[in-house]
Design a protein around this ligand. Sequence first.
Ligand SMILES: NC(=O)c1ccc[n+]([C@@H]2O[C@H](COP(=O)([O-])OP(=O)(O)OC[C@H]3O[C@@H](n4cnc5c(N)ncnc54)[C@H](OP(=O)(O)O)[C@@H]3O)[C@@H](O)[C@H]2O)c1
Length: 329
Amino acid sequence: MKRVRIGVAGATGYSGQELLRIAARHPHVEIAVAMASSSSRGIRQLPALAGLWDGSIEPFSIDALAADVDVAFLGFPESVSAEIAPALLARGVRVFDLSGAFRLRDSNARQRWYPKTPVLNTTAVYGLTEWNRPAIRDARFVACPGCYPTAALLALQGLTSVGVVSIDSDIYIDAKSGISGAGKKPTERTHFSERHGNVAAYGIFAHRHGAEIEQELQHPVTFVPHLVPLDRGILETIYVRLTPGATEASVRDALETAYPDAPFIRLTGDVLPEIKNVVNTNFCDIGWKVDGHRLVLVVCLDNLVKGAAGQAFQNFNVAYGLDERTGLL
Ligand SMILES: NC(=O)c1ccc[n+]([C@@H]2O[C@H](COP(=O)([O-])OP(=O)(O)OC[C@H]3O[C@@H](n4cnc5c(N)ncnc54)[C@H](OP(=O)(O)O)[C@@H]3O)[C@@H](O)[C@H]2O)c1
């Protein structure tokens, strides 16, 4: 297969650098251009990728990007994606957007959580790879899921979709994330002295990833994110009630049935997942414990890989009919 010419925009960001790291080793990709913001800092290099990818980061220009590539990966803040993604699509570029700008389909929810997102004629395909392969195959526009929703949905969807989790169960998602989830620009909440030696909950009933999880799950959830003093990785502990008669074997059967050919899902059963086992990989590890009608799931992934750049390339592989693992294993 001829190499696909891709552009990485937002390439100096945490997820953008991961996009380049994967693209540099991907056998069917040619990195035609990498861009960051159009600030006056001129051409930049990425020391972390020296020897792997020695290209230059250019100031952002939509004309240069659209002229040079078949596919654009966008690692922008969502307000920037909201403007740039539609313009690229209009110029015939296939877009894999890492931001949340186009993930929510309900117009009221979108208005509430992503007010800068314009109304488009086309709907982006929600790029949760394991659950949406047929639509991703034909998609010109993929909205890659958020990092927290990826973990929650991969753990829950295989159970709610077959009724192993009780329809009237409350679903509690207690989530912990490393600080890179907030991007590279430090804020009062995220800078080192605030986070070192500290753990804090935030965004209770007020985090847009809650809306995204509910959209895909079609079930209300209580989503409570926490920041923990790690640079990367997400661990979610999820509490649900099983349908009467369901057992540990039903949970195992449902998850094994949901993921028969999913190279990046590792079902660990009662060996509970830990962040250190998934960091720098595209794996999502799912473990569980059952006691009577109570089910606790524990799920882990790397927010910058399976939660961002890795999943974007998994979707790219599906879209181009490649083995899903290409460039990722
Ligand atoms: N971090 C995660 O774990 C994660 C996971 C899943 C999805 N996401 C989503 O992925 C996107 C990127 O996240 P991130 O954490 O990688 O962000 P980040 O570290 O803050 O990087 C943002 C990138 O966008 C560029 N940029 C900012 N404003 C721009 C503008 N006006 N025009 C052009 N480029 C601009 C920045 O360039 P400069 O260097 O020039 O400022 C930088 O390259 C976000 O939408 C985020 O919600 C992030």
